[in-house]
Design a protein around this ligand. Structure first.
Ligand code: FES
Ligand SMILES: [Fe+2]
Length: 407
């Protein structure tokens, strides 16, 4: 699990007038909406005796969340504003603060920046231009919880080769060899590829209308993308000219064993409600088909090197995701150290550093809760070089080559 990235914590319409409990990167959080309608996000733990703020309420002025234990009030910046037992004249010390994380609402989702990087150094929230473009797209949303680690889920989402075996609606085992990656584009925090596939004819619908969407084994272009912010998988499928489906899945690491996918699906055809039910059903079926495979894959976490697996040319796009993720672990040191964290389990509150904590450290004010440990960056980069070398072999190999690359 990586800190210093934006993640989707909730759907916007879930947070109304009551505090909402959620969890990201193994840390409990409380979300609440203030008087101006802005969502605030704090560590869900009171400085006093550890009460869960999400079990409380929003105060009358709607600028604070109130701890249900002894009524301490915290504003959206995490600062304790009121301690009822001390009376109104009590000056709350500057140090009485919990971590508050930056929030943005986009695409009907609440995005939380889980870290302390200054705004200008953050990777951006990935674009979703289809959202709100009702003239051209019909959007549907759903969610799904996996008993799997988020990186495994992302890798599955951008893996085109599995469609021939896992998703009958989108592939035949017999066309596995015909599908190919046409192009791979890789950047620091995102990547995109173009794939050519030969999926089966679509079936069903009222009077079999879906049969007309696509001929059997018709050449179809599929464009998967990964984005490290939000652990997003975005897939655009060009069914036929002017007819597209876009999937946008935010794969939120709730903890290292649980991934909550907030999924949008847009279609550029049949943009009326009566087609929603079937679309939603098919989307859910696809997620279930994937979960059956991903939840049973080993090792549980995404392998940290390519050494104990073999890769072939159809894996090269996935490898760009692995490499970008490794860079954040090895060069930036953003990986949560779950082993070090677990030594304190049940004994001490650890929170991911927020901008307020970072400033307090600069100002020498100190912070009540200890910081969530992270895996230190690797200074001598032997492992990194080897990993990059292996990925480079995969990503630079001629796309038309039929030879497998053993990495
Ligand atoms: S534990 Fe929150 S007010 Fe005492
Ligand atoms: Fe899949």
């Amino acid at each position: 699990m990586l800190k210093n990235l934006w993640y989707v914590a909730e759907w916007s319409d879930t947070v109304k007038d009551k505090p909402v409990k959620t969890k990201l990167l193994g840390q409990n959080l409380v979300l609440f909406r203030d008087l101006e309608g802005k969502v605030k996000c704090l560590a869900d733990v009171c400085l006093h005796r550890g009460g869960s703020l999400s079990g409380g309420w929003v105060n009358e002025k709607r600028d604070c969340v109130v701890c249900p234990y002894h009524g301490w009030q915290y504003n959206g910046g995490g600062k304790c504003q009121k301690i009822p037992s001390e009376g109104d004249s009590f000056q709350v010390p500057k140090r009485f603060k919990v971590d508050a994380y930056d929030v943005e609402e986009r695409y009907g989702m609440i995005w939380v920046f889980m870290g302390d990087l200054p705004a200008e150094e953050r990777f951006p929230i990935p674009p979703l231009p289809e959202y709100g473009d009702e003239a051209n797209w019909r959007g549907l949303k759903t969610e799904f919880t996996w008993k799997a680690e988020a990186s495994r889920v992302v890798e599955n989402g951008i893996d085109i080769a599995h469609a021939s075996f896992v998703h009958p609606v989108f592939g035949y085992p017999s066309t596995a060899e015909d599908n190919y990656i046409e192009e791979v584009e890789k950047h620091e925090w995102w990547g995109r590829s173009t794939n050519v596939m030969y999926p089966p004819q679509l079936k069903g619908g009222f009077l079999g209308w879906r049969n007309f969407l696509r001929k059997d084994k018709q050449e179809t272009k599929v464009h998967p993308e990964w984005h490290l912010p939000g652990m997003i998988v975005r897939i655009k499928i060009d069914i036929r000219p002017g007819w597209h489906i876009v999937m946008f899945d935010a794969n939120t690491p709730v903890d290292e064993h649980t991934t909550r996918t907030f999924a949008w699906q847009f279609r550029s055809f049949f943009k009326v409600k009566m087609f929603d039910k079937g679309s939603l059903q098919r989307l859910k079926t696809i997620l279930l088909e994937d979960a059956t495979i991903v939840q049973d894959s080993q090792p549980y976490y995404l392998p940290e090197t390519l050494a104990n697996e073999v890769s072939v040319k159809s894996d090269k796009f996935m490898s760009t995701f692995r490499m970008a993720r490794r860079k954040l672990i090895e060069e930036k040191g953003w990986q949560i150290d779950t082993k070090a964290r677990d030594e304190h389990k049940g004994k001490k509150v650890l929170t991911i550093s927020s901008p307020g904590r970072r400033q307090a450290m600069i100002d020498g004010d100190g912070w009540v809760f200890d910081e969530m440990p992270t895996v230190p960056p690797i200074k001598s980069s032997t492992l990194k070089n080897e990993f990059e070398r292996q990925v480079d072999v995969l990503t630079t190999e001629s796309v038309n080559s039929k030879e497998s690359i053993i990495a």
